[in-house]
Write a protein that binds this ligand. Structure first.
Ligand code: G
Ligand code: G
Ligand code: MN
Ligand code: NA
Length: 255
């Protein structure tokens, strides 16, 4: 396929760019975290969404090289923000199921790269989706243990859209739970989404997980989530995903 062919040249052609979106501590407003989101600046088509090219990258195996690039860029920028702003700054990066589950390789090369940059494991968070945890295969447990050994944290992305089961959260030692934006969208006092969000937050806290609400677009949503005890918010209310240099300026202004 045409787009897959273009994808092959995209890394060499430096057409990928990592965007960053702030993750805001709701009580204090502090920004010590960001999610890394890849963009492909296609020479003819303009910006191509990862929704479109990640499946092609998986099918062609290119996801491995792309994932390695995302990791290195994330490490480079988190090092910079730790030095310039906050010593505890964290960048979270997404891994698709195929990427996460690949056999053989451990996170050893990540660890040695982080060590070379004098970064601890907890400068990074890996976001995975809950469907992975339902797969009882050993690969998933092994990979999660490898991350834990490396000190890298784990977030469960899009929570609530799949076959949620809090027993899996306990079994697998997850650090963050990201409430999917489909819940945030219809938040209103006494709404069913409010009840669900509150229940998720209470249960997550009992399991010692921090909660990040996605898709926060209005001050009302932010306030309802904060009142429900949600730890962090992410969404257009605070900022859209932006190029790293712009995020740098954004952090400077917010500091
Ligand atoms: O930011 P945006 O709406 O374009 O993201 C669309 C989807 O692409 C999201 O589900 C997100 O998790 C995924 N995505 C973004 N960046 C990456 C990446 O670096 N690797 C993988 N595997 N998925 C990503
Ligand atoms: O699947 P994942 O949660 O990794 O992807 C996050 C996606 O949500 C990205 O595509 C990002 O651009 C998008 N996003 C971030 N904040 C908002 C928001 O406030 N509203 C909407 N509609 N999308 C958002
Ligand atoms: Mn994500
Ligand atoms: Na999500």
């Amino acid at each position: 396929m045409r787009l897959t062919n273009d994808l092959r040249g995209a890394l060499k052609g430096e057409q990928f760019e990592l965007y960053f979106q702030p993750i805001v501590h709701l009580e204090s407003g502090a920004i010590h975290k960001a999610e890394a989101l890849i963009r492909w600046n296609h020479p003819q088509r303009g910006v191509v969404s990862p929704l479109e090219f990640i499946p092609l990258a998986e099918a062609s195996g290119l996801i491995i090289d792309i994932g390695a690039w995302v990791f290195r860029e994330s490490a480079r920028w988190v090092q910079h923000w730790r030095q310039q702003f906050y010593a505890d700054f964290q960048v979270s990066l997404n891994q698709s199921p195929l990427e996460f589950q690949r056999e053989g390789e451990s996170y050893e090369c990540w660890v040695s790269h982080l060590q070379a940059l004098a970064l601890p494991g907890q400068s990074l968070v890996v976001e995975i989706t809950e469907g992975l945890l339902l797969d009882a295969s050993n690969t998933v447990s092994t990979r999660l243990l490898q991350l834990r050994d490396a000190g890298i944290q784990v977030a469960l992305d899009d929570f609530g859209t799949g076959y949620s089961s809090l027993s899996y959260l306990k079994k697998f030692d997850i650090d963050y739970l990201k409430i999917d934006r489909s819940f945030t969208r219809n938040l209103a006092p006494d709404s069913s989404d409010m009840a669900l969000s509150e229940a998720i937050i209470v249960m997550a806290h009992k399991l010692d997980l921090k909660v990040i609400a996605e898709g926060v677009e209005t001050p009302e949503q932010r306030d309802l989530l904060a009142a429900a005890g949600c730890d962090y918010g992410q969404g257009y209310l605070f900022a859209k995903p932006m190029p790293a240099t712009q995020f740098d300026t954004f952090l400077r202004a917010a500091a």
